[in-house]
Design a protein around this ligand. Structure first.
Ligand code: ATP
Ligand code: MG
Length: 167
């Protein structure tokens, strides 16, 4: 365990948030398709406190939309379940978004992340969701376990084009 991680863990135990955590939102939604748009809008409102540019906000909304849609259409394909979203504002310009399901999971993450790869057999999907998430954010990590679910973590660092930063 690195020193920073140790300090953070100790702060968590003490009930105090880590110093660089400016704000945090946790959200749980059932995997109804209407909740894709609702999750996207809530994330957008929350991130707006950092005064992102129009383009930065559009990128974040699009990445969230892809991740939540994947939970609904792939993770919980023939079933229903909860989608867990956590957004953290880590400093005045860093947004960390975690989107998790407890669905079927992904057997081969590397293959699933290839552009144009899709398991959709009905011709409705283009296999570009992960590529969109990757190109619209600064960091994307995917952790998945077959039969247990998938966790997507995206980090977006906002630039200098914003009007002001949060206090
Ligand atoms: N949450 C998830 N649970 C299970 N499988 C997933 C999940 N997310 C993605 N996958 C798998 O990874 C593949 C690639 O996902 P990606 O989002 O890139 O493309 P897609 O969803 O098939 O198409 P598109 O996003 O363009 O509509 C999916 O076809 C699916 O097999
Ligand atoms: Mg997709």
């Amino acid at each position: 365990m690195t020193t920073n991680l140790k300090i953070e863990t100790e702060r968590r135990r003490s009930g105090r948030p880590p110093e660089n955590l400016k704000n945090e939102l946790r959200l749980e939604l059932p995997s109804n398709s209407i909740n894709e748009g609702i999750a996207r809008s809530i994330v957008s409102v929350f991130v707006s406190q950092l005064d992102p540019t129009f383009e930065e906000l559009a990128d974040i909304k699009c990445a969230v939309s892809e991740a939540v849609t994947n939970c609904i259409v792939h993770g919980y394909r023939d079933t229903h379940g909860m989608i867990y979203i956590t957004i953290k504002i880590l400093d005045e310009r860093t947004v960390r978004i975690e989107i998790r399901d407890r669905g079927c999971g992904i057997e081969d993450i590397k293959t699933a992340m290839q552009p144009l790869y899709t398991t959709d057999s009905e011709g409705e999907r283009s296999g570009m969701g992960f590529t969109v998430m990757e190109s619209f954010t600064d960091r994307l990590s995917v952790v998945s376990s077959p039969g247990r679910g998938t966790k997507i973590t995206m980090i977006k660092v906002l630039g200098d084009g914003r009007r002001q930063s949060i206090k």
